[in-house]
Design a protein around this ligand. Structure first.
Ligand SMILES: C[S@@+](CC[C@H](N)C(=O)[O-])C[C@H]1O[C@@H](n2cnc3c(N)ncnc32)[C@H](O)[C@@H]1O
Length: 259
């Protein structure tokens, strides 16, 4: 049985994440969509409360969201905005050769706690894509955990409530555990695993996907030692037809990130 690790956090999630730059993901997704046939189909996997899907739905995309957490999907449906959200697991997707673009953002891949699960999810994404389909996802690096999470304890003021965070990191397993407590409520523990770039590249290759780019998410330039989040754009099949258009997109997003 899967327990919903976002069960108690879901109702606070959007307010806790109010500072997160969804614009960047939205604009990058729109640009990737521009490279696809006009009738393309998109899914945002591990969509959480559907923030990105709702915006893409408003942009008239044929899109849906999928997330493991029933509480996150239910919460996302409370505001009556029209979007399709379903409960589902990245490791057992209900799509076969059905999608032209998959997004899976905000370190959702790190929520897969062992390598076999990460590989299975990437294989499932490849199988869900049509040939030539695009997969845009991100992952956080150990640098992110060491700099911002490991053995740290902090409190955030989220307007009408406060949240306290307590995080540990086990270097041997690559797993970070963060207990998030809203006011004096029950702590919600979130676990994430650091996957190396090498293991992600191997999983993509085994799944028949080839990377168009691995980029530092903050600059859309080549990742370096200080990179805390990596954006990956991969293609099911041959990336060559996208290379020139993608270069222009990359330049555009780089300019946006610098502004
Ligand atoms: C940090 S949240 C990101 C949510 C959303 N992408 C966003 O940008 O707000 C991670 C999400 O991954 C989901 N998740 C974790 N494991 C999953 C799995 N195996 N299949 C589908 N979703 C999963 C969680 O339920 C959670 O909503």
């Amino acid at each position: 049985m899967t327990t919903d690790s976002f069960a108690t956090l879901a109702r606070y999630y959007d307010r806790i994440m109010a500072h997160v730059d969804y614009d960047r993901w939205y604009l990058a997704a729109l640009a990737l969509g521009d490279m696809l046939p006009s009738t393309f189909r998109h899914a945002d996997l591990a969509c959480g409360t559907g923030t990105l899907v709702k915006r893409l739905h408003r942009a008239r995309w044929n899109t849906l969201g999928l997330d493991l957490s029933p509480a996150m999907i239910r919460m996302g449906q409370k505001d009556d905005l029209p979007w399709r959200g379903v409960v589902g697991d990245l490791r057992a997707l209900p799509f076969r050769r059905a999608l032209n673009l998959i997004t899976c953002l905000f370190d959702s891949i790190n929520f897969l706690l062992d390598e076999a699960d990460m590989e299975m999810a990437i294989q499932q994404c490849a199988d869900a894509l049509r040939p030539g389909g695009l997969f845009y996802f991100d992952f956080v690096t150990e640098e992110m955990v060491l700099r911002h999470f490991a053995d740290q304890h902090w409190t955030e003021n989220n307007g009408t409530f406060s949240s306290s965070w307590e995080s540990t990191y086990d270097r041997a397993t690559g797993i970070t555990e963060t207990a998030i407590r809203v006011n004096n409520g029950v702590a919600n523990t979130i676990r994430e695993r650091i996957h190396s770039r090498t293991s992600i590249e191997r999983a993509l290759a085994n799944a028949g996907m080839r990377p168009l780019a691995f980029l530092d998410a903050g600059t859309w330039k080549r990742p370096g030692r200080k990179t805390i989040r990596v954006d990956v754009i991969a293609v099911r099949g041959d990336p060559a037809p996208y290379t020139n258009s993608f270069r222009k997109i990359q330049t555009g997003i780089q300019a946006l990130l610098q502004s």
